[in-house]
Design a protein around this ligand. Structure first.
Ligand code: FMN
Length: 206
């Protein structure tokens, strides 16, 4: 599992949720890697027909090719910035295009590696109304759909001061830990009209 933190605050709320995900995942025996995107991303997407600098000028290439592509699961942890994901998180997604684009020597490997993952999301925001996360949830849902991935869970923590999500009475830290623990075991469904299925969702409900 790769856990990506999209906030510049090392001791912030996204980081607190990420740490809870990591704790839960490790308790379940999942191997985890955590990355602060600020450490790896120093620029936005280039025009792929006119690259201005070599692709390896920051840590993105290593992160994307060596850590993101091989991961079975990825959890994005981002603050809400202006009702969307942080620029760091968006740049992570945008810059994948430089490798995914037709003509890149590793295109086939990149295309295969981007698909069939489990995807999770932890969002930290100051405001608490459910709609504050919806733009981010929708964007990742579409990313998951596009890459044939399974979007298995969302945790929303409310806080503004560093680490304040721990005081959120809805207990997003526990929810993040559960997301990490159950990440590869959670039931996931996204039916089409002809999807084979039972009328009961949970086997025990019979
Ligand atoms: C540039 C910026 C924009 C923000 N925009 C919003 C917003 O639209 N809605 C909101 O609820 N909180 C907003 N916030 C507050 C953060 O989402 C909140 O403080 C969050 O807990 C920060 O997470 P972090 O500690 O991981 O950085 C914004 C904060 C910053 C710095």
């Amino acid at each position: 599992m790769l856990i990506l933190i999209g906030s510049p605050r090392r001791d912030g709320n996204s980081a607190a949720l990420a740490e809870a995900v990591r704790r839960g995942a490790e308790a379940a025996g999942t191997r985890t890697q955590v990355c602060f995107l600020d450490d790896c991303i120093a620029r936005l997407l280039h025009d792929t027909r006119n690259p201005r600098e070599s692709a390896a000028e920051d840590g993105y290439e290593e992160l994307f090719l060596e850590r993101f592509l091989p991961a079975d699961g990825v959890v994005f942890c981002t603050p809400v910035y202006w009702y969307g994901m942080s620029a760091q998180t968006k740049a992570f997604l945008d810059r994948s295009f430089e490798y995914y684009v037709a003509g890149h020597p590793r295109h086939d490997e990149v295309l295969a590696g981007m698909q069939h993952k489990r995807i999770g999301l932890c969002v930290a925001s100051e405001e608490s109304y459910p709609g504050v996360t919806l733009g981010i949830v929708h964007q990742l849902q579409e990313f998951a759909r596009y890459t044939h991935s399974s979007f298995v869970g969302v945790v929303h923590g409310v806080g503004n001061r560093r680490g304040e999500v721990a005081d959120d009475p809805r207990n997003p830290v526990a929810a993040a830990e559960a997301l990490g623990r159950e990440f590869f075991a959670r039931a996931y469904s996204d039916y089409r009209a002809d999807s084979p299925r039972s009328t009961a969702v949970w086997a025990a409900a019979g």
